[in-house]
Design a protein around this ligand. Structure first.
Ligand SMILES: C[S@@+](CC[C@H](N)C(=O)[O-])C[C@H]1O[C@@H](n2cnc3c(N)ncnc32)[C@H](O)[C@@H]1O
Ligand SMILES: [Zn+2]
Length: 378
């Protein structure tokens, strides 16, 4: 029995949460009695908005499967804040976390939650059969999600949504390339736009696993803040007719970056040897209609103000090519002070290229211009 004096009440969105007191004061949230990170609130806020947008058009039973639920902060918020959700399954291996989750559900008077203490893959396997699957399946582990992706895909309805979090930043950002290859099938390069590479490696891994299961994925939205990376993909039980895996060639000599479907190392701008990230997802990161729905839905929730700003930046970049330039990186290359983002975008567009801000970095932009063209324009 969890002592009430060990817990503190906070509010996220419109949901009252009981959280371990240590989680509110310690820099690294403690594992005991259960893990809760208050700084992951934005990550959960985005989930609420994305799930609301998704459920608007989802036709089957509106069931949410939270496979690594912790104290149920995300899942009880789903049960409490999304009226259209019919049933929420809250699972974790930690019985103390589940006890807190049950108390949180009671505190919010939600009655559509079912609790279970299972290993995540076992939980998801129990839901991998007709009429038991989830409209939305969430995977939110410590570190890498790669070992849960097979079971997550199998537990999602045809047309359902899989949301996957990764927090193993050192691996995804290139400190341990061998571990990255093992977990995500691809390797990163250490570049300014490393967060985009990380998200593309996560999507690449989901896509490879999905391909094995004769499933097609459609990325709807990706997001990162602090060490949280989250991808939202639609799961369709059909084979993909398009190969959206490839590489990003990056030349550290001249700053050129180039998307390619083949392994090649020569930089087309300066002809020197470049580095190669991948194999990774080179298709779209966002679905424009879905992001538009998220912008509409955001208004009805009590979420962090930054969500709206990030979504609005995201809309402009939905059909832009992979990778981005930071204004600091360009200033460094030009040996001059950085010029404003708005001015940079305006100049590049004025020269006849496409350019947009990016939701992944407030001081960066995407463009179809090459690095040498960008440098000569600015
Ligand atoms: C990052 S926390 C989840 C946080 C939660 N989703 C939230 O939004 O607050 C990861 C959780 O996974 C649980 N866990 C770790 N390994 C597990 C496994 N193999 N099966 C099920 N739960 C597991 C831990 O007990 C912990 O509560
Ligand atoms: Zn080069």
């Amino acid at each position: 029995m969890q002592l009430e004096s060990d817990l503190a009440e906070i509010v996220e969105g419109t949901t009252r949460l009981l959280v371990p007191k240590g989680a509110l004061v310690e820099k690294v949230p403690p594992m005991e009695p259960a893990f809760f990170n208050p700084r992951a609130k934005i990550n959960r806020d985005f989930s609420i908005i994305a799930y609301a947008a998704f459920l608007k058009t989802f036709k089957g039973p509106k069931v949410f499967l939270d496979s690594l639920a912790g104290i149920g902060a995300r899942s009880v918020r789903v049960a409490n804040e999304l009226n259209s959700v019919e049933k929420v399954f809250i699972n974790d291996v930690n019985p103390k976390a589940l006890e807190i989750a049950e108390n949180i559900a009671k505190l919010n008077n939600v009655t559509n939650c079912v609790f279970s203490e299972n290993e995540a893959c076992r939980f998801l396997s129990l839901h991998s059969k007709r009429d038991q699957r989830g409209a939305i399946v969430d995977i939110d582990p410590f570190g890498s999600p790669s070992k849960y992706i097979d079971c997550g895909i199998r537990a999602a309805f045809h047309g359902g949504l899989l949301s996957v979090t990764a927090t193993d930043l050192t691996v995804l950002h290139g400190l341990f390339p061998a571990a990255c290859k093992r977990k995500y099938y691809g390797v990163p390069v250490r570049v300014e736009y490393g967060d985009e590479i990380a998200l593309r490696l996560i999507l690449g891994c989901i896509n490879i696993v999905a391909g094995r299961l004769d499933v097609k994925i459609v990325p709807l939205f990706v997001q990162n803040n602090m060490h949280y990376y989250k991808a939202y993909v639609k799961v369709l039980v059909k084979t993909s007719d398009k190969d959206e895996m490839g590489y990003i060639l990056h030349c550290k000599n001249c700053g050129n970056r180039h998307v390619t479907s083949e392994v090649k190392y020569e930089c087309e701008v300066c002809n020197l040897k470049a580095e190669l990230a991948g194999p990774l997802w080179i298709g779209n990161l966002y679905n424009k209609d879905f992001v538009n729905e998220m912008i509409i839905e955001e208004k009805q929730f009590q979420v962090d103000k930054s969500c709206k700003k990030i979504l609005e930046r995201c809309i402009d970049e939905t059909d832009m090519p992979p990778t981005y330039f930071t204004i600091d990186e360009l200033a460094h290359m030009k040996h001059s002070a950085p010029i404003s983002l708005a001015k940079t975008i305006e100049k590049i567009q004025g020269a006849g290229f496409r350019a947009s801000a990016t939701s992944l970095n407030p001081a960066a932009f995407k463009t179809d211009a090459r690095v040498d063209e960008v440098l000569s324009i600015i």
